[in-house]
Design a protein around this ligand. Structure first.
Ligand code: S3P
Length: 196
């Protein structure tokens, strides 16, 4: 009898756990121009989470634009700032974080993100990324003579690391609300079993 009551207690506990919405952070990674901030903002709204953009948070903390940080302190220092933001610069729960395109690239960063929450990669073809980033002027890595060539190089260098994230969400020729719904579905599924 005691056994049955104990089992029933466990079942009730498990059910309650399943019904409680997860608080796990969601990290959106992926190449520039894949829509991390736009999608992230909408996903955060639907989850009732806070939305954070790593570039914006670093700019706020440093008091200067990413382009200026690159120019004055160099890319390596910017990567240190990105790591700092992930390690101790944001709340551990109930956030959707749009990560700058290169944040996940340095060794150990993917593992660090995974230790903190669910990691998802937004993916787009090189053609789409070229179209979406061609006229933007705020990305220091593309302020070169031949930005298309630079994008191609970076894309080739980084494709493997983005693929290693495991969960890829295709964004090419797909309505935004569908991408948001897909990300939410995947998040709920993965967060239900996430363990820190
Ligand atoms: C970078 C992407 C940018 C920004 C910085 C470097 C990169 O973020 O962090 O210009 O290395 O790919 P977005 O992906 O939001 O454009």
């Amino acid at each position: 009898m005691e056994h049955i009551l104990a089992l029933r207690g466990i079942a009730v506990f498990v059910k309650r756990q399943q019904m409680t919405p997860p608080d796990t952070n969601l990290y959106l990674v992926g190449f520039m121009g894949t829509g991390k901030s736009t999608v992230g903002r909408q996903v955060a709204r639907q989850l009732g989470f806070r939305f954070l953009d790593s570039d914006y948070e670093i700019e706020r903390l440093q008091g200067k634009a990413v382009a200026k940080i690159f120019a004055e302190e160099g890319e390596a220092q910017f990567r240190v700032m990105e790591r700092g933001f992930i390690e101790h610069g944001h709340p551990a729960q109930r956030c959707v974080v749009a990560c700058g395109g290169g944040l996940v690239v340095p060794p150990g960063m993917l593992e660090l993100l995974r230790s903190r929450g669910i990691v998802m990669c937004l993916h787009a073809s090189l053609e789409t990324i070229l179209q979406r980033t061609m006229h933007a002027t705020h990305r220091p890595l593309l302020q070169v003579e031949n930005p298309a060539e630079r994008l191609r190089e970076l894309y080739t260098q980084r494709e493997e690391i983005y693929r290693r994230t495991g969960t890829m969400v295709l964004t090419d020729r797909r309505p935004q609300r569908e991408i948001v719904a897909h990300v939410l579905r995947l998040y709920r599924h993965e967060a239900a079993t996430f363990k820190k």
